[in-house]
Ligand binder design. Sequence first.
Ligand SMILES: Cc1cc2nc3c(=O)[nH]c(=O)nc-3n(C[C@H](O)[C@H](O)[C@H](O)COP(=O)(O)OP(=O)(O)OC[C@H]3O[C@@H](n4cnc5c(N)ncnc54)[C@H](O)[C@@H]3O)c2cc1C
Length: 323
Amino acid sequence: MHDLTKNNALNLKSEASEFFHFETEHDLIKILDRAENDQKQLQIIGSGTNTIFPRHFAKIVIKSTNNNFKYSEEGNSVLLEVGAAVEWDDLIDFCCNKRIFGLENLAGIPGTVGAAPIQNIGAYGLEVSRFIDFVECFDTELRITRKIKPENCEFGYRKSMFQNASNLIVLAVGFRLKKDFEPILEHESLQDTSFSKAQDMIDEIRKIRNAKLPNPKDFPNLGSFFKNPIISSEDADSNLKLEGLKKYHLPENKVKFSAGEMLDKLSLKGMKIRNIGLWHQHALVLTSNGIVSAQDIKHVEDLLKNYVIEHYGIQLEREPTYL
Ligand SMILES: Cc1cc2nc3c(=O)[nH]c(=O)nc-3n(C[C@H](O)[C@H](O)[C@H](O)COP(=O)(O)OP(=O)(O)OC[C@H]3O[C@@H](n4cnc5c(N)ncnc54)[C@H](O)[C@@H]3O)c2cc1C
């Protein structure tokens, strides 16, 4: 048995009877042969910062060890290919040290590079899809490696087609980045700021995040547990229960609401049930405070969703995935 309790940010007790590291497609082919022989499926994991682990994995669990970087310059841009196992925040430091710019808004997000395209990570007015040039995947059905262009990734708010394509294992991600630092400061938290150096912006973003979000090492959590609901302007205007909530107007006649504000207004910030709580400084962050299982989390998830539907007529959508 391979213990995976330390490999998930909620610290859920979890184990897999079969667990393998892989770096290349050749390693994957060997693991696939074994899986086919044993009639088992594969489950790829990263750092477990957006996943809810079961007590026992019936599938063969695999994890990338590809920590390679490949770099080439093209005019004013840089094409950087990064292995799936690289920690996202190490990539932020690498880029800053090498004077490669673009990803600063995404500083401080935990997890691996390989998982970044899966939910199209985003923060402070930027989604990673803006800088993705390709996602290199091993296709376990065709047994070939494919470089998938962003226009075929169906990127959206915290979503991509990879979420429904368990046959695609990300080996590496190609980013098209810039040689000039041009900070993206449209987000409300950054509007009154200006930065001449990328390092200052990265430090500021990490500071804002650390003040709001608990560190999973101290308080096990998965960041935002629900997505911010996005609905049409017509639906927003006709739903009187939403009056008084902050509205963020988006293109295509859409309006975004803050799921955190909804939970906060329902006085759920800081609540505790079954060793699970909502963080006292940020109602969208679910933390585990003791021995907890995936079933306990599902119980609390349903309870919160039902409460929000009842009060706001809005169906919340969970951000992390149950494995
Ligand atoms: C404190 C905290 C703050 C956070 N803040 C943010 C934030 O600001 N913005 C944001 O977008 N997210 C945020 N997250 C969520 C999380 O950091 C991201 O979703 C991250 O990309 C998950 O990376 P991971 O390696 O931990 O993935 P995992 O949780 O291990 O996996 C996530 C999904 O990706 C799949 N996957 C992993 N690796 C691969 C691969 N190589 N190939 C194919 N599929 C793969 C898994 O099967 C799973 O479905 C936060 C999480 C925490 C704990």
